[in-house]
Design a protein around this ligand. Structure first.
Ligand code: DLL
Length: 432
């Protein structure tokens, strides 16, 4: 399948590196020109101009994180003049505090082009109809896909989240070939469609963690390919990286715009194939450029698939977030590892909740609420089997509760929360 942007996606890596180096020097000059926090830190690290640094020096430059953005709320890290900002996006933030990101027109252009590439990699063309079920608003999902779909020349149906009956009606009537929404909402739509055939060929799902096991469930429920898309508002939104039909289960990073590193907890780069925290440098952004932004997202990096048209660095599906990693009796566990075990069992539906029970702070417990697909499943046997499978895979004994189908709350709008913490009082879910 032809690349949407061959000069960017398919160029020889050495040539791309030259472009990245040039963009990086310009970025450093742009940031130094602001005099903001990042500029001060660069100066403190001895950087006086873009000419002083190369990408090889990146590892010795200071990082920046979400707390820094919050400390300079709302727009203390903005680099462009106010008159050049054309919109603001962000995330509502699980901590309650929004993270706001100002965009220039040039940033929107970049976003549209990386999203168009992402959709093209999933097989979308000018003739495609994209049913866009990501939320429109401050969240970057809806408008990110919207900009990219239009840039590609496809038809975007801006359905946004929720109102599932109407979504089904539009899928039946407008015959989209591409579905974009969160993976949990894809499951919800699939269940509401009740095996009715649709025109959908591919889904581009992201904004929340999901495993290969979840992919298998979505693909069989909706009878389509399910691809992963990653991004975060701080960097641009969706389209920072996206799987293509031929990327071997990993996501192609739009590294001509977003230079990627994976680092250990001390901030030192880890080799390809080793999981680390993703760190991005926005080589081309002008609204709020970031140098070495620590995302808190954990994944590993790899070279492109040999012999394929895209020559971009790839990242694995996300394993989780550093702040979602649970430490249960000394064992580190990501909720995605629990999901992988649960969904390997064909009796278990994709509606589950992982609960870190911290009522006794000296001894936290992992509790897992699952729902069997049907009433006919014997719950005590299922619980016992899952306790065994989780012990074998994770090395810890968890408490598993099989609840009635329908008891775990569904998310119709926004991101599914599959992890809860229980510090005191009533359980986060009745029946636990
Ligand atoms: O979720 C952007 C996005 C929209 C990505 C639509 C894909 C599709 P934020 O609301 O700022 O932006 O949240 C960013 O969500 O740091 C990850 O922790 C998580 N996340 C995003 N995509 C994935 C994914 C959007 N494919 C945060 N897998 C990120 C796992 C993801 N987690």
């Amino acid at each position: 399948m032809a690349l949407v942007d061959p000069d960017a996606e398919g160029v020889a890596p050495e040539l791309r590196r030259q472009v990245q180096e040039r963009r990086f020097r310009q970025l450093v000059d742009r940031v130094l020109g602001t005099g903001n926090l990042q500029a001060e830190r660069l100066r403190a690290a001895g950087v006086r101009s873009g000419a002083d640094v190369t990408l090889g020096d990146l590892r010795s430059l200071p990082t920046i994180n979400k707390a820094d953005i919050w400390d300079h709320y709302p727009f203390g890290l903005q680099a462009a003049k106010e008159q050049d900002i054309v919109c603001v996006h962000g995330s509502s933030g699980t901590g309650g505090r929004p993270t706001l990101i100002p965009y220039t027109a040039a940033d929107i252009e970049i976003w549209a082009s990386v999203m168009a590439r992402a959709l093209g990699g999933a097989g979308a063309t000018k003739s495609s109809v994209i049913h866009n079920g990501y939320g429109y608003g401050l969240f970057t999902g809806g408008l990110g896909v919207h900009h990219g779909g239009m840039h590609l020349g496809a038809t975007v149906i801006p359905v946004s989240g929720g109102m599932t009956d109407r979504q089904i009606r539009l899928i039946q009537d407008l015959k989209p070939d591409v579905l974009t929404c969160t993976p949990s909402y894809a499951i919800h739509l699939g269940e509401a469609l009740r095996n009715e055939p649709t025109s959908l060929k591919v889904g581009v799902f992201g904004a929340e963690p999901w495993t290969e096991e979840m992919r298998a469930q979505i693909e069989s429920l909706l009878n389509m390919r399910a691809l992963d898309i990653y991004g975060l508002s701080e960097i641009i939104g969706p389209g920072v990286a996206c799987e293509s039909l031929d990327s071997g289960g990993m996501l192609n990073v739009a590294e001509d715009h977003f230079f990627v590193e994976a680092v250990d907890s001390e901030g030192n780069p880890v080799p390809d194939g080793t999981t680390g925290e993703l760190v991005f440098t926005t080589l081309t952004k002008t609204g709020m450029p970031l140098i070495r932004y620590r995302t808190g997202d954990v994944a590993s990096l790899a070279d492109p698939v040999p012999g394929k048209p895209r020559t971009l660095k790839r990242m694995s599906k996300l394993k989780g977030r550093t702040d979602d990693m649970l430490i249960i009796r000394g064992v580190n566990v990501f909720p995605t590892e629990v999901e992988a075990v649960l969904l390997q069992d064909e009796r278990v539906s994709p509606h589950y909740l992982v609960v870190e029970d911290r009522r006794d702070p000296k001894r936290s417990e992992l509790r897992v609420a699952v729902e069997p697909f049907t009433d006919s499943v014997d719950k005590p046997t299922l619980e016992k089997d899952l306790v065994g499978a989780l012990r074998e895979r994770l090395g810890i004994t968890c408490v598993v509760k099989a609840l009635e189908p329908g008891s775990v709350p569904r998310t119709e709008v926004g991101k599914a929360r599959r992890l809860a913490r229980w510090n005191q009082g009533d359980p986060p879910l009745a029946g636990l």
